[in-house]
Design a protein around this ligand. Structure first.
Ligand code: TXA
Ligand code: MG
Length: 321
């Protein structure tokens, strides 16, 4: 089947109330017709996702937002003009006809226009906005290849579109416009610096807050099976000699590390490249049955903020400080 044929078939499935995994530039999504509550319910079932966790609705044209929300504040407009199509999600007051299951009963809707050509053709061919969370089991890392989706969800979805590895590799940045001042709910593929350069100061949500507004903000949301440790000290590595250790390096590591299982996110220390490789690298280490994964901290600028956010959520406080 050619890519085009696959997209036509996928669109047919969406129109008939089925669910389809599809590539976006950030991560793979698991999509259904946003206006078909039963189809959306199946997403929650397959992902084993709690129903209080709302979905992002994907559109193929910025003009479609008008039909889905009550109003678009000027700052939201500015960000949409600058970053769509791309890894930015805006949270706005929703229109009445959006099914409650999509927004988990909230009066608000998260919307984005992805830039991956296959995602765009799928939404256009389906002729409806597509509600889609990341195509992983709840609480696990987002998939960045079609193979990742197959491994976790396989035959539970009606079709998996393969659009190659995701170029951004971390989920979209979520900005809420419910209050006077825009609020960053999740750092992601568009950096805070880029956003603030367009609309000025944005309120930044502290990590691990008690009542998360976006469950993607739950402290342990992206956890692999193997414990990831971020706050380790190389002085204490000898304490781990009898342990089976993996290392998630940001760039080419120094030779003090005599660890066999190593993943280098970007040899030249490029943060964008590191983000694109992040989830696949963690998955490979997670598959090795290691006792522990030591992760090297990454500078928290640009996409580094999103990477460190995901690493913190994936990590546990180790005793090896
Ligand atoms: O890059 C992405 O955003 C990917 C691709 C597939 O588009 N999607 C994604 O979806 O990461 P998901 O469901 O894994 O994460 C969406 C996050 C969740 O943390 C959810 O709680 C939050 O968005 N969210 C959705 N609707 C919301 C709303 N109305 N208000 C606040 N947060 C919302
Ligand atoms: Mg997710």
């Amino acid at each position: 089947m050619s890519d085009n044929q696959a997209v036509y078939r996928a669109a047919e499935i969406i129109q008939k109330g089925g669910i389809v995994a599809f590539p976006t530039e950030t991560v793979y999504g698991l999509g259904a017709d946003a206006f078909n509550p039963l189809a959306v319910a199946r997403i929650f079932e397959v992902k084993r996702r709690p129903s209080f966790d709302p979905l992002i609705v994907h559109v193929a044209n910025p003009a479609d937002v008008k039909k889905l929300v009550k109003e678009i504040p000027s700052n939201a407009k500015k960000l949409i003009e600058r970053f769509w199509p791309g890894p930015l999600t805006v949270v706005l007051l929703k229109e009445e006809d959006i099914p409650d299951i999509v927004t988990a009963g909230l009066p608000t809707l998260a919307i984005r226009m992805p830039s991956h050509p296959m995602a765009l053709s799928l939404i256009r061919e389906s002729n409806t906005p597509i509600a889609a969370p990341s195509a992983n089991l709840f609480g696990y890392l987002s998939p960045t290849t079609a193979e990742h989706v197959r491994e976790q969800l396989g035959d539970q979805v009606d079709l998996i579109l393969d659009g190659g590895p995701c170029s951004v590799g971390v989920e979209s940045t979520i900005v809420s416009f419910l209050e006077e001042r825009p609020k960053l709910l999740r750092p992601g593929g568009v950096s805070l610096e880029e956003i603030e350069s367009i609309i000025g100061k944005v309120e930044v949500h502290p990590i691990g807050e008690e009542r998360p507004q976006a469950p993607g903000m739950l402290p342990k949301h992206y956890a692999p099976r193997t414990p990831i440790v971020l706050d380790w000290d190389k002085k204490n590595l000898n304490l781990l000699e009898d342990k089976n250790i993996g290392f998630l390096a940001f760039k080419e590591p120094k030779n003090y590390l005599k660890i066999r299982s190593i993943e280098i996110l970007s040899k030249k220390g490029d943060i964008r490249e590191a983000a694109a490789n992040l989830f696949a690298a963690i998955r490979r280490l997670d598959a090795l049955d290691l006792d522990l994964i030591l992760a090297e901290p990454i500078p928290e600028v640009g996409l580094g903020r999103a990477i460190m956010d995901r690493l913190r959520r994936a990590s546990t406080k180790g005793e090896i400080n």
